[in-house]
Design a protein around this ligand. Structure first.
Ligand SMILES: Cc1ncc(COP(=O)(O)O)c(C=O)c1O
Length: 433
């Protein structure tokens, strides 16, 4: 455990653009000790302790993470994409502190607060949705639940078309459209029987045939598949699918929880195809690290929620004041620093550098990505895990995903220092070797 030289409240990380420093092979003794405690305290399965390589985060700033043993890393996960503007961004911290001096918790859907109004206004301005209205959620999965419910309210058709692979969250409604069998199988009895599934990028003519045959009321998709392997749609696919939906009054739900707010080099990934979905789910990056998500949807559609009486979908912490304040600060940083454009530019550089990797590294069959979201398809889940472990030993944090866990993924903060990104890639190359 690092020894604090001064007041215990001072953080160790004072800048967020430093190269890694590994002072003890991770996981170090303090991490192992705390993991052992956690293993006896938490339900098994809610953490990755079973893999034996888990570190514990003590601090994070910008693109850096410091673990409890004093190792410093470059975070190529952006904390599951939530720290898109970097960890502990000063503007976000200042907004949280200021809001905490006024109102930490409100009365959810019963009595709102000013930052919530402002955030709703900003989301309506930013989202590529016609005549937009907002429905706040507490997590990405919650936003997906709201979107699926909204679609059912809109046209009463219970059928849903989802794609494979896809990750939309793990609450029961969201899980019904998530594809991975390992997530679904134990709960299969409770999952919606009305979900049809087609491979991502399936020919639109065949999708249309299914829309006509089944009572499909909505189509849900990730415009670029994230956690399930970083897959890009074929050219023109999203636009063709959107018009197939429009012709049939099928509600199109774009799940931009991972891709939203600049991750793939556009403000929203659908922007690259000029698609305006009926419902757009966003979360992760929105809160600058605090939990908040939302559905931005066409007003005519979301108006179907209107009824006398209590809200039919809400939660104690919905549109939490601290999260709304953090989100407003985050959106300002994203826009003022033009981070989507930055992600696009950095992504073009990455494409050039990563192009040769499959030839150079034996285990690696394909590299895919756009903006600052990239996936490395390895020959097996074991190879992907091995790569993540070797990267961690070198001070690089990345995640593995894809249906079989074969895809190592990087999603660095959109604010990452360019030289630091190069350093991270150098280290990643040595982890392959
Ligand atoms: C595309 C997508 N949808 C939904 C979710 C679920 O969000 P949450 O984990 O906040 O419930 C995720 C999370 O990774 C995601 O990537």
């Amino acid at each position: 455990m690092p020894v604090r030289s001064s007041a215990a409240s001072l953080p160790f990380l004072t800048r967020g653009d430093l190269p890694p420093e590994i002072v003890v092979p991770p996981p170090g003794p303090r991490a192992r000790e705390l993991c052992a405690d956690l293993a006896t305290l938490e339900a098994p399965g809610i953490n990755t302790l079973a893999f034996g390589d888990a570190i514990l985060w003590l601090e994070a700033l910008g693109a850096n993470v410091l673990d409890v043993d004093g190792n410093r890393y470059i975070d190529l996960t952006s904390g599951f994409g939530a720290a898109a503007i970097g960890h502990r961004h000063p503007a976000v911290v200042a907004a949280i502190v200021e809001q905490a001096g006024r109102l930490v918790h409100g009365l959810g859907d019963v009595h709102a607060h000013p930052p919530r109004v402002e955030l709703a206004r900003r989301l309506c301005e930013l989202a590529p949705v016609d005549d937009p209205r907002v429905y706040f959620a507490v997590s990405g999965s919650d936003a997906v639940e709201i979107a699926l419910k909204s679609a059912l309210l809109a046209n009463g058709r219970s059928g849903v078309l989802a794609f494979e692979p896809a990750y939309h969250g793990l609450s029961l409604g969201a899980l019904s459209v998530t594809s991975r069998p390992a997530f679904r199988q134990p709960f299969d009895q409770r999952l919606r029987p009305t979900v049809e599934r087609l491979p991502f990028g399936w020919p639109v003519a065949d999708v249309e045939e299914l829309l006509d045959r089944a009572r499909v009321g909505c189509v849900i998709l990730e415009p670029i598949v994230g956690r399930e392997g970083v897959l890009l749609p074929p050219a023109g696919w999203l636009a063709a699918l959107a018009s197939a939906c429009r012709e049939r009054q099928v509600v199109l739900i774009a799940d931009e929880i991972f891709t939203g707010f600049g991750r793939t080099g556009e403000r929203f990934a659908v922007d690259a195809s000029d698609v305006r979905p009926d419902l757009l789910c966003c979360g992760k990056a929105l809160g600058g690290g605090l939990p908040i998500a939302a559905v931005v949807g066409r007003g005519e559609l979301l108006e179907r929620w209107e009824h006398a009486g209590e809200a039919r979908h809400t939660g104690t912490f919905v549109a939490h004041p601290l999260a709304c304040a953090a989100a407003l600060a985050t959106l300002t940083v994203l826009e003022e620093e033009a981070l989507a454009q930055r992600a696009r530019r950095l992504g073009e550089g990455l494409a050039t550098r990563l192009e040769s990797w499959p030839e150079r590294f034996a285990d690696l069959s394909e590299v895919r990505g756009r903006g600052l979201l990239w996936g490395f398809e390895l020959e097996s889940a074991a190879a992907a895990k091995r790569l993540a472990g070797r990267a961690q030993e070198r001070g690089i944090l990345l995640l593995t995903g894809g249906p079989e866990g074969r895809v190592a993924q990087i999603a660095p903060p959109l604010t990452i220092d360019e030289a630091l990104l190069e350093t991270a890639l150098d280290l990643l190359e040595s982890a392959f070797g």
